[in-house]
Design a protein around this ligand. Structure first.
Ligand SMILES: CCCCCCCCCCC/C=C/C(=O)SCCNC(=O)CCNC(=O)[C@H](O)C(C)(C)COP(=O)(O)OP(=O)(O)OC[C@H]1O[C@@H](n2cnc3c(N)ncnc32)[C@H](O)[C@@H]1OP(=O)(O)O
Length: 397
């Protein structure tokens, strides 16, 4: 089987893997463009791009190589039509999954996406960041996060629709970097949203399958440190922060909503914090913000018993600002945000700071405590069994 379409580092037969615990697979999602026929690349452009790949100076990493592979197969052979490799044939199954995830994408669109991807890779290997969309912005390490700035709004989009936008370790780092850049850029408002039918399915449970040399204890330590840094960025974010909840939300993507200024949701969204089911405990300052927002007993139903709320219920309880019909959600929300983004940015910043400063210290203390409790939880049998159960497909929420 041809593995990668050319290039010294693309010719190998294996995806580098690290030390894994439980299940070793982590298949990246593909962020694809939908293009009109007039914009599609020619066969010649495609052939040039295939040659260009061989000249790339840097190894773009396994996730990108998988994308190149999948797009190449789709562009040359069409939708995946070969039998799925066996469970233990990890590498070929990963590649098959990546190709298969492209579904019925046309050969022409795949060709264009391939050409675009190679052109981005070539540009970034020649000059580090020629067209940063906003001052000090470093582009995310992977396409699982897409950051754009337009009309005074910086949008951070979770872009792993095939995995329901579950957050990989890299995505936590990229979101931290994106928030830091957005806090300094020209935009007036920052938005977090998702691609596809989900807003976010929370922490990617395969994050816990990568066991470092220091073992479980070291993994829990570094996860707690990352969690703390991640949530701190939301606590300290200085501008209006808006969640555009385009579908169901799970776990940490729900808890951090208590740190947003405004939360708009489609009526298709739901809000689920199944921490007890996972042997875990609340984070994102929700042990403090949820009782404050919705009262202690409603918060307990969510955080202790994992009660899933509909968008309307979340709105009635104050977690969501407003719910929109799914059919008009994007149009209505973005029209409103564009209008808000024209308000004087300094006034919005200062108003936010007055509100946030009242409890910033408290929020940092809560975050530190929640992260430290979770560090212990992640080493418990309850937690390990729940994750193993999900990964072996015995349990789903
Ligand atoms: C060492 C450093 C580590 C650093 C880590 C930092 C740690 C910070 C952690 C902070 C604590 C966070 C806690 C949480 O967020 S708890 C919530 C975790 N989320 C879940 O438990 C959700 C699990 N997913 C599901 O139950 C279902 O997938 C879901 C109900 C969301 C959707 O079901 P549906 O049937 O519609 O779709 P599929 O199950 O077929 O999903 C499609 C594919 O996506 C994969 N998927 C979805 N969610 C996750 C996830 N959270 N983690 C990993 N993978 C996920 C799913 O497996 C499918 O994949 P395949 O197509 O390959 O089967």
């Amino acid at each position: 089987m041809t593995l990668w379409p050319g290039g010294p580092w693309l010719g190998g037969t294996s995806l580098e893997t690290t030390n894994h615990w439980l299940s070793p697979l982590q298949v990246p999602a593909l962020g694809l463009h939908v293009l009109g026929p007039a914009m599609l690349a020619s066969q010649k452009d495609f052939n040039n791009a295939v040659s260009q790949v061989k000249l790339l100076k840097e190894d773009p990493g396994n996730e990108v190589k998988l994308k190149l592979y999948a797009l190449y197969k789709q562009a040359t052979e069409g939708p995946c039509n070969v039998p799925k490799p066996g469970m233990l044939d990890f590498i070929n199954k990963t590649k098959w999954d990546a190709w298969n995830a492209l579904g019925s994408l046309s050969k022409e669109a795949a060709r264009q996406n391939y050409v675009d991807l190679v052109s981005r890779l070539s540009a970034s290997s020649e000059s580090p960041s020629p067209e940063a969309p906003a001052a000090d912005r470093k582009q995310p390490e992977s396409d699982s996060l897409v950051v754009t700035s337009e009309d005074g709004i910086t949008t951070i989009r979770l872009n792993r629709p095939a995995k329901k936008n579950a957050l990989t370790t890299q995505m936590y780092h990229d979101i931290i970097a994106a928030l830091q850049a957005a806090s300094k850029d020209e935009s007036a408002i920052t938005v977090l949203t998702g691609s596809g039918d989900y807003y976010c399915s929370g922490n990617d449970l395969t994050n816990f399958t990568h066991l470092p040399a220091g073992g479980l204890e070291e993994m829990a330590r570094s996860a707690a440190a990352l969690l703390r840094d991640f949530v701190n960025c939301f606590i300290d974010f200085p501008k209006p922060l808006v969640a555009v909840v385009n579908g169901p939300a799970v776990g940490i993507s729900v808890t951090i909503l208590g740190l947003f200024d405004v939360v708009y949701a489609t009526d298709r969204a739901s809000f689920h914090t199944p921490f007890s089911h996972l042997g875990q405990s609340p984070e994102g300052c929700s042990s403090y913000t949820f009782p404050k927002i919705m009262g202690s007993s409603k918060a307990a139903e969510m955080l202790l018993f994992g009660k899933k709320l509909t968008a309307q219920e979340a709105c009635a309880q104050g977690l969501v600002t407003e719910v929109f019909p799914d059919g008009t959600f994007q149009k209505e929300v973005w029209a409103r945000l564009k209008a808000y983004s024209k308000l004087p940015p300094n006034a919005m910043r200062i108003s936010k700071q007055i509100i946030r400063n009242r409890e910033k210290e408290k929020l940092h203390a809560v975050n530190a405590e929640e992260s430290s409790v979770l560090r212990e939880r992640w080493q418990s049998d309850e937690c390990m069994n729940a994750i193993a159960s999900f990964l072996s497909r015995k349990a789903k929420l």
